[in-house]
Design a protein around this ligand. Structure first.
Ligand code: ATP
Length: 202
């Protein structure tokens, strides 16, 4: 069984950037955000269940999910949000497991933004947390998404705290520095993970 390294971190911490650096070493990346979209693609049981529950108005004219309408629908309806999570979370977990089984690299990376919040580190062999100072996180997200600091802070407040994430971590990348030091840190971790994946206990 392939060793699974979980990768998580708060908004704008650098998860995608880190995942891309591992991908450059030909490590297979399984991304929960991508899978969350796959399980509601046209023709899936996931999308069918949503259309059955909310009516075909929840679909766009091309038959795909109207995401902004769904976001609106669950915004003030806690029980609908719960229903949707209960529907999709098991589907997402199953797809992640299936994709893990298909990996061919020495180890794989399972990227889940809300890993700690949903206790999904249980699906991994080790958890790698990308950690940054809150000010850096806000500034980089603002710059990337062109949004107000207040909006970023609101999302930050809805996520696990740095302390909660760090408490669950086996390995930590501090991403307050520049791109070059991040690259160096990933190179070291990759070498370490290769050693671990080749050891008999892995
Ligand atoms: P989200 O959870 O919002 O999807 P993320 O954790 O995947 O975010 P990234 O998109 O990788 O974070 O990084 C956030 C922004 O910060 C990006 O614009 C990225 O290019 C930039 N960034 C990441 N690491 C560094 C770094 N070490 N130095 C400078 N900029 C960085």
């Amino acid at each position: 069984m392939t060793m699974v390294i979980g990768l998580t971190g708060g908004i704008g911490s650098g998860k995608t950037t880190v995942a891309n650096l591992f991908a450059a070493y030909h490590i297979d990346i399984i991304d929960a955000d991508v899978i969350a979209r796959e399980v509601v693609e046209p023709g899936t049981p996931g999308l069918q269940a949503i259309a059955d529950k909310l009516g075909s108005d929840i679909l766009l004219t091309d038959g795909s999910l109207n995401r902004s309408k769904l976001r609106e629908a669950i915004f003030n309806d806690h029980s609908l949000k719960q229903w949707l999570n209960d529907l999709l979370h098991p589907m997402i977990r199953e797809k992640m497991k299936a994709d893990i089984e298909k990996t061919t690299s020495a180890y794989c990376l399972l990227v889940i933004p809300l890993m700690v919040e949903n206790n999904l580190q249980t699906m991994t062999d080790r958890l790698l947390v990308v950690d940054v100072d809150e000010s850096v996180q806000v500034q980089r997200t603002q710059q990337r998404d062109n949004v107000a600091a207040e909006q970023v802070r609101k999302i930050l407040a809805s996520q696990a705290t740095r302390e909660q994430r760090l408490a669950a971590a086996d390995d930590v990348i501090s991403n307050n520095g520049d791109a070059e030091s991040l690259k160096q840190k990933v190179a070291e971790l990759h070498a370490y993970y290769l050693t671990l994946s080749q050891s008999p206990a892995a």
